[in-house]
Write a protein that binds this ligand. Structure first.
Ligand code: EPZ
Length: 423
């Protein structure tokens, strides 16, 4: 894989900015929005509530003037957990929100207790019935909230709820992910008064009303990281542009520890290396600025290739090793014990049929297929479509030999990933 790729807008920011557009009646414009399934699903959620949406050339226009409903139904919330992020904005705009409870997902139970406890602290009444959670309040009151854990979703929901609460709200032990800074900037451009978004202490001074705005979505650091691993495992030379390297510092440090060459240059990151020279390293996922859980699966592919053994510890989600059995089918040697995985490296992969259990694991399986001998068929690629814009096209543009054969996720009769057997 050789060449240059441009990073798309961040899924995990765009979805929250879309939810935040509900805070003010009128037309919000978001630029650099990725064309991915999750954005389509969030558009459906907003349309269900009454918003009018137009999406052209990466610009999403959301007119929330006619939004009247405060209910998010089961079908939409089940399809995408991020739908619960509308709870804060709806509560703020209508004094109540009724959202189907998300339930578990492939990554584990994924509760929303921090969201609800924080909303209660802000003065909301929380009721659960018939599989829905309903939050209501005449007007939210500023307060101090200490999160048990720096949850990304809870920090965002509470931030969106607190912007028009009376007085000052302080969120301590807030998540520090760069996407929260992006949301903070967006809310400030709507008229909110926020200090410290992107740090562990966020102060929000309530304002009476917000107005619609225009904003460019930040780059997708997880997409960038995925392509950087793709280059590393195939012994390529790739420049990923449109992203400031500092938001990937821990990940880049781990690439360097493995023996991958990394060059940072303004808003570009270049990686290159020879898989034969790589050595294993231990990785523990943590909230930002720690190693991102969303890059754990791609990293396992790289560590399987590197000489020696590595221990990977998953600290964020209970069930994020679900793809390991699929990776073993391709030739990896990994033993999982609880939230630790022992990766015995120095492996080479051979093509097989595998199935994506979730978005990031799906991308990782494609990377494994790209470096393996023979043909790999990756099924259930709808998971990948949820979060990567033009995944196959981008990889093909830098020399990967892969083909998308069924956009609908129906049984595939040809492989998604094809690599030539060594002669
Ligand atoms: C966001 O999920 C991202 N999703 C995830 O990306 C990402 O992996 C995760 O943050 C961590 O970085 C979106 O932004 C849409 P959390 P979120 O609340 O907000 C527990 C991807 O592939 N928890 O920080 O749901 C929870 O169960 C996705 O793009 C509670 O116990 O993450 C988990 O173990 C996957 N109670 C941990 O905290 C709560 O009320 C972290 O969750 C909330 C969370």
């Amino acid at each position: 894989m050789t060449g240059r790729l441009h990073v798309s807008g961040a899924k995990n920011s765009a979805l929250k900015l879309m939810a935040a557009s509900l805070l003010a009646p009128g037309t919000t414009r978001l630029h650099n929005v990725p064309q991915i399934q999750d954005v389509r699903t969030m558009s459906e959620v907003l349309e269900f509530l009454g918003a009018v949406i137009d999406f052209q050339d990466g610009t999403l226009t959301i007119d929330t003037t006619k939004v009247e409903s405060h209910v998010a139904p089961y079908d939409l919330v089940q399809r995408m957990r991020a739908s619960i992020q509308i709870m804060g904005p709806l509560l703020n705009r209508f004094g109540r929100a009724r959202v189907a409870m998300p339930g578990g997902c492939n990554l584990g139970p994924r509760k929303i207790d921090f969201h609800l406890r924080g909303l209660e602290r802000l003065g909301a009444t929380v009721r659960a019935d018939h599989g829905f959670v309903e939050v209501s309040a005449e007007r939210l009151r500023g307060t101090s909230i200490f999160l048990d854990y720096p949850s990304v979703g809870a920090t965002e929901n509470l931030l969106m709820a607190a912007v028009t609460a009376t007085g000052t709200t302080v969120i301590d032990n807030a998540a520090r992910e760069p996407e929260i800074l992006d949301l903070g900037k967006f809310l400030i451009s709507m008229g909110a008064r926020i200090e410290g978004a992107g740090t562990s202490r966020i102060e929000i001074h309530g304002v009476d009303e917000l107005s619609p705005t225009e904003h460019t979505v930040m780059p997708d650091r997880i997409e960038a990281g995925t392509y950087l691993v793709a280059a590393a495992v195939t012994g390529g030379d790739l420049e990923v542009e449109g992203i400031t390297p500092h938001i990937l510092q821990m990940f880049l440090a781990k690439l360097r520890a493995v023996g991958v060459h990394v060059q940072e240059n303004g808003r570009k990151i270049r990686v290159w290396g020879s898989p034969g020279d790589y050595t294993g390293t231990d990785v523990a996922t943590l909230p930002y600025p720690g190693f991102p859980t969303d890059l754990q699966a791609p990293m396992m592919v790289l560590l399987s290739l590197a000489q020696g053994s590595s221990i990977v510890t998953e600290n964020v989600f209970e069930n994020r090793f679900g793809f390991v059995d699929e990776l073993i089918r391709l030739g990896a040697d990994i033993k999982v014990a609880g939230h630790h995985a022992l990766v015995n490296g120095g492996r080479s992969f051979t093509g097989a049929i595998v199935r994506c259990p979730d978005l990031r694991a799906g991308a990782a399986l494609v990377l494994a297929g790209m470096m393996g001998e023979g043909v790999t068929e990756v099924r259930d690629i709808f998971h990948i479509d949820r979060g990567y814009e033009g995944f196959t096209e981008k990889l093909r543009s830098v020399g990967a030999d892969l083909e998308r054969v069924d956009a609908e996720g129906e049984p595939l009769d040809r492989p998604l990933v094809e690599t030539p057997s060594p002669s």
